[in-house]
Design a protein around this ligand. Sequence first.
Ligand SMILES: Cc1cc2nc3c(=O)[nH]c(=O)nc-3n(C[C@H](O)[C@H](O)[C@H](O)COP(=O)(O)O)c2cc1C
Ligand code: SF4
Length: 665
Amino acid sequence: MAMAFPLIVEPIQVGTRRLPNRIVMGSMHTGLEGEPERFGELARFYADRAKGGAGLIVTGGFSPNHAGRIKDHPCNFDSRETIANHRRITDAVHDQGGCIILQLLHAGRYSYHSAPVAPSPIKSPINRDAPSELSGDDVRQTIADYASSTALALEAGYDGVEIMGSEGYLISQFLATRTNHRMDEWGGDLAARARFPIEVVKATRRELGSTGILSYRISALDLIEGGLNQDEIAWLAKELEDAGADCFMTGIGWHESPIPTIAGVVPHAAFADAAANIKNAVSVPVIASNRINSPDVAEQVLRNSLADMVSMARPFLADADFVNKALSGNQRAINVCIACNQACLDHYFTNEIATCLVNPRAIRELEFNDAPAPKAKKVAVVGAGVAGIACALEAAKRGHAVTLYEQGGQIGGQFILAARIPGKEDYGKAIGSFEHQLDQAGVQTVLNASVSPDELAEQAYDDIVVSTGITPRALDIPGANDPRVVGYKEVLEGSAKVGGQVLIIGGGGIGHDVALFLAHPDDGEADKLAHFKQHWGIEQERSPPAGRRQVTMLKRSDGPFGRTLGKSTGWILRQELRDYGVRQLASVTYLKIDESGLHILNGAENEVLPADTIVVCAGQDANAELVGQLEERGCSVHSIGGARLAGELDAKRAMAEGAAIGNQL
Ligand SMILES: Cc1cc2nc3c(=O)[nH]c(=O)nc-3n(C[C@H](O)[C@H](O)[C@H](O)COP(=O)(O)O)c2cc1C
Ligand code: SF4
């Protein structure tokens, strides 16, 4: 049989190492880097990815010294104290035949602690404290620190290091006129500003000798004013190659850049062109990055010669076996990263250990029991939303005979609706993958099944898991039965007709998503990448399109809209809604609906808002009645997801609960 991905599977030489394929697991700070006593958890996490076929693994960022630590908890690798802990990681990866390099990341002015340092004392827009300026001696010491950390990394068994030179961290800060106003040998023209990274690479190369891999993460696009242009970046790459870099991992945008770089609105492989710019300038391998989440897209990047290798970071959280599944012809069962950031990047901001919404095992591998269950049970899972799916998969993995009942004609629950939102199309792909995984796990999925408590009780299941989800709450004011009032479910499913002037009742996550869905211009099959670049002003003036409808969002509570949205994605949604002219009214009281529209109390003023359509996104209630009914019949019952707690719909909690119960049955 012809190999589906002939380019991914091709081995490649990086420095003196021959890697077995073209897929790199990109660097992700997990939150455990500052807790060496927990490196056993990291060891298992990385070992699973090595076992799963990743050609090269890059660790999350470790700082070469204390000043460069990302947060107050010290993730530095600057002493021999933690070598034994790091050894646990490298040994575990090598035992699986993998290759792992340590990323050195000095955060500079992006450090979230009280004494950040930088080339110049210019505060970053995303940090509270202004950095202090590094003296010439400090700069030289910092270069020496990179070298010392490299020596430690080798001693700890790493196969090399990656120098983090992108995303606006210290090295970017030296390179850009925006952040480097120095008048000494480390500032001035590009050659002087580039002296720091070049010296870092030379010093690192000296430590590595000819054996260890030296990857340099280069900012392939800065996406900020006062950053480098494409010619300057190509020049820098050549200089760094001459200084000793073995390959170039690409990085996209600074953290302060007002352009989405990894969220769902970013089309797949949107920035691969920027990798090609570097590939044209150097002769060592170049690695494309960002929003490459399927082997098809990876193969296409390679086929188009935009890069020599492809990095995936979050897709390895979503599926440890990504590469093996792709290369064994089982790509349809790859668990899809939906770019939600909810359990990975957003955890970083809330000081939680990263994991993955669609794969609750990620970085929690040791919490899961992999042994077959002592007794293979007969298990029913009622409701094939994401909670039920996660539960069924985990239970089947332990050897239980699982039947998954779904009332509707398709599995996926709220993911089906989410997939309709612009920028969330990958949710639909994730459902496709779940179908294959359930099938392969031997779960018997029964669609269009309205099972009664009596029928379930009669089947003598050992355990019944209720994952029947939620029902959207109806509006309870006079006139709420007006035909212009519709539910969000009907709107997203397409069964409700929506006019040009729309009111959305509710300012939660669903209200925002529905506002985007309705206001977003219908660009059909248009070139998504060109639209994305035009909208956000990538290498051109920013020119968002006009909204498709006149949309007003309303909520009862006070305060700004969107406070519950994800830390790393909420700003994008808020900006899109502003771009499309969506109006937002907080602290309103809903009075009634009549032919003139929705009557509200806005502050002390009575207002009537005319509307063609009023969409209700005002919360939901748990579908929990089955739990009590089954308990009355003496069944062993568990409830998970929305059925257990409706609240703000939370797929992350739902999948985590489902997986945990499924694993424990
Ligand atoms: C939780 C998380 C932590 C990250 N930490 C780092 C890091 O320490 N160093 C780094 O170079 N990139 C880091 N990144 C960025 C990733 O390497 C990658 O560029 C980004 O996730 C986009 O690629 P992807 O779409 O394949 O995930 C991190 C990303 C995530 C989601
Ligand atoms: S939490 Fe979301 S974005 Fe992060 S890896 Fe998982 S699916 Fe991808």
